[in-house]
Design a protein around this ligand. Structure first.
Ligand SMILES: Cc1cc2nc3c(=O)[nH]c(=O)nc-3n(C[C@H](O)[C@H](O)[C@H](O)COP(=O)(O)OP(=O)(O)OC[C@H]3O[C@@H](n4cnc5c(N)ncnc54)[C@H](O)[C@@H]3O)c2cc1C
Length: 417
């Protein structure tokens, strides 16, 4: 490529969104990524015909940035059942979104997951948050999600412990629900306003689609950046590159190493164990939550029930999600997870083949308050140097894309001065 107008360090969703936006304005962009493929944290491994997302993750179709960036139809999206099966007291209890699954509303009302008053509170919160705008949500005083659930929305401890703790604990990778109330309310709105989906070909179809719009030579993989100094970027190989605009689009810890003063560098971790089963243990494409709070598993998902392409014909892919970094070694953790799967799904689970244990030490930035005060952190370090990534907005596909676009807008603004 002839000398680029912009160098983007990182081909995660933020870097790709930034590069695409700059390309649309006819800038020559060079994206550099240390990894062997695009997508950053959005990655899928192929193992024996199964598609294993690197940590269970989902797209919420209501995400406004995803609506701008992605061609949903081409992604061939498959929805989850809107609700969950909560494992509590030795049984599974169905909690459905009554607006989407009205026939399951009586079961939901009668389930021991929260009182009838809690279920009315869910309906009230849903009505309120779907009416509120995203800026309106971001304007309300920020506290922890737990404090908002208790004090703002009035939920009982049993509803929080049996439903919100495993559900949003799995979303934030933090069962203490210390994440920002603004993030909780934003995500609740997104879950309520759209569908929760997986692309037929795996979650990595999202970055694959995003980079299809970039010229072939716009992305250099296996290219680690070691330093950024003014407009010069030094690669691990010693090669140097220069451009009038440099955009650091890595996760916060790496961005902090490259340019300093990026926070928060702490993050949340998770472990995902995948199993191949002869058939699904579930009847619906539904998320299973640990409402007892006992055992290593926070939630179980069968991605092949949602999108059949996740497993070869006549097999099912089961994922067990552990929140936080496991204290046990892999063999001990697998034994403990297996025991819990047998307890939940019967002795058949003892015969499932263990495919992989995936450790994700940094899945999301630490989103505890004051993470979203202000809701948008500056992407311009100075004219010529920009920083984007989920840590500039919020820990989500939407937040990463939004930050990338914002950085691109800042580059374009500075060029026009
Ligand atoms: C297990 C898991 C589950 C999740 N679940 C969901 C979910 O259900 N819904 C949702 O909306 N979000 C979810 N997320 C969050 C979402 O995936 C991230 O917020 C988003 O992908 C972050 O994108 P990013 O571009 O900010 O950073 P990254 O994806 O981390 O991209 C940064 C890129 O920079 C590269 N890089 C780093 N250092 C260097 C260097 N020195 N030189 C060159 N390249 C470098 C990396 O290789 C990487 O490709 C989940 C994340 C994980 C990990």
């Amino acid at each position: 490529m002839t000398a680029p107008d912009a160098l983007v360090i990182g081909a995660g969703l933020s870097g790709l969104a930034c590069a695409r936006h700059l390309r649309r304005h006819d800038l020559r962009v060079q994206v550099l990524d240390a990894s062997d493929r695009v997508g950053g944290r959005v990655r899928t491994e192929s193992v024996d015909g199964f598609r294993l997302d690197r940590g269970f993750q989902v797209l919420l179709t209501a995400y406004p940035q995803a609506q701008l960036e992605l061609d949903y139809e081409a992604l061939n999206l498959h929805p989850f059942y809107d609700g969950a099966l909560v494992r509590y007291g030795g049984r599974f209890h169905r909690v459905a979104d009554p607006f989407r699954h009205p026939l399951d509303a009586p079961k939901t009302l009668l389930s021991p997951v929260g009182s009838p008053a809690d279920k009315l509170r869910v309906a009230r919160m849903r009505a309120r948050l779907t009416r509120d705008t995203i800026p309106g949500i971001m304007d309300r005083p920020e506290r922890t999600a737990l404090a908002a659930l208790r004090e703002r929305w009035g939920f009982s401890s049993s509803m929080i412990d049996r439903f919100f703790r495993p559900f949003f604990g799995g979303v934030f990778f933090d069962r203490s629900l210390e994440a920002s109330s603004r993030m909780f309310e934003f995500l609740f709105k997104m879950f309520a306003e759209g569908r929760t989906v997986l692309p037929a070909g795996g979650i990595d179809q999202i970055p694959t689609q995003m980079c299809a719009h970039l010229p072939d030579d716009a992305i250099r993989l296996n290219t680690s950046v070691e330093g950024v100094d003014d407009q010069t970027v030094t690669l691990a190989s010693g090669e140097t590159l220069q451009a009038p605009a440099v955009v650091v689009a890595t996760a916060a810890p790496e961005a902090d190493q490259l340019i300093g003063d990026v926070s928060p560098v702490q993050g949340q971790s998770t472990v995902c164990l995948y199993y191949a089963a002869p058939e699904s243990p579930l009847d619906d494409p539904i998320l299973v939550l640990n409402g007892d709070g006992v055992g290593p598993i926070n939630n179980v998902v069968v991605p092949s029930d949602v999108a059949p392409g996740y497993a070869p014909d006549d097999r099912a892919l089961v994922g067990a999600v552990v929140v936080g970094e496991a204290v046990e070694d892999d063999a001990q953790l697998e034994r403990a997870v297996r025991e819990q799967l047998i307890d939940w799904f019967g002795l058949e689970a003892g015969g499932w083949d263990h495919l992989r244990t995936m450790h994700i030490p940094y899945a999301l930035p630490d989103q505890s308050p004051p993470f979203l005060s202000p809701p948008e952190r500056d992407v311009r370090r100075r004219p010529g140097l920009y920083v984007c990534g989920d840590h500039r907005r919020n820990g989500s596909l939407n937040g990463a894309m939004a930050s990338g676009r914002a950085a691109a807008r800042a580059v374009l603004e500075d060029r026009s001065k």
